[in-house]
Design a protein. Structure first.
Length: 183
């Protein structure tokens, strides 16, 4: 996620480099003939990265140009992305980190640190202060607690930050889909 103008400019430069690499690869007829599968693999990989960068650029441009007199709807499919919602809301509201800090009763340094670390080290009360300062409303929030499969082993911070947490998120999404399909 692009969080500021500096990252935006860097991402644009990176996207241009990927475009140039793809163009150079497409001009390399010898490599294309001699190793068609390898050529396709490299091209596909470069294209995938370029598409992701372009998507992030488009999202940043949409947030930066959003009319702040109109509400914006930001969807949250996984609680792990709450930090991105807070950052996107600040950007769409055209608030600086200092302005948000003042509204939330925090310091600019706290907001900067929280955003740099995706609110990983933020206290719950600070997150709530930011939510209230941005006047974020949750509409149609839905939480599923799979009581029949609830794990009884403690979860460590490392597990929350590791890829196994992503696996749990995928499993939870499947469970939600199953519950919805039976209703």
């Amino acid at each position: 996620m692009i969080k500021d103008e500096k990252q935006y400019k860097f991402t644009q430069e990176l996207a241009k480099e990927f475009e140039e690499s793809i163009a150079a690869l497409e001009r390399d007829e010898v490599r294309k003939k001699n190793d068609c599968e390898g050529w396709e693999l490299i091209r596909g990989s470069l294209k995938c990265h370029l598409d992701k960068l372009k998507s992030e650029i488009a999202e940043y441009e949409m947030l930066a140009s959003h009319d702040c007199s109109t509400p914006i709807i930001l969807k949250l499919d996984d609680i792990d992305y709450l930090a991105q919602i807070l950052i996107k809301a600040r950007m769409a509201a055209k608030l600086s980190q200092k302005e948000l800090a003042d509204l939330a009763g925090l310091t600019e340094e706290q907001i900067k640190r929280y955003e740099d670390n995706d609110y990983e080290d933020a206290r719950f009360l600070d997150v709530k202060s930011v939510i209230y300062a941005l006047e974020i409303k949750i509409h149609l929030g839905e939480f599923l607690v799979p009581l029949d499969t609830l794990s009884r082993t403690p979860v460590t911070k490392e597990e929350l930050l590791s890829s196994t947490h992503s696996l749990h998120s995928q499993q939870n999404r499947k469970t939600i889909e199953q519950v919805r399909s039976t209703n």
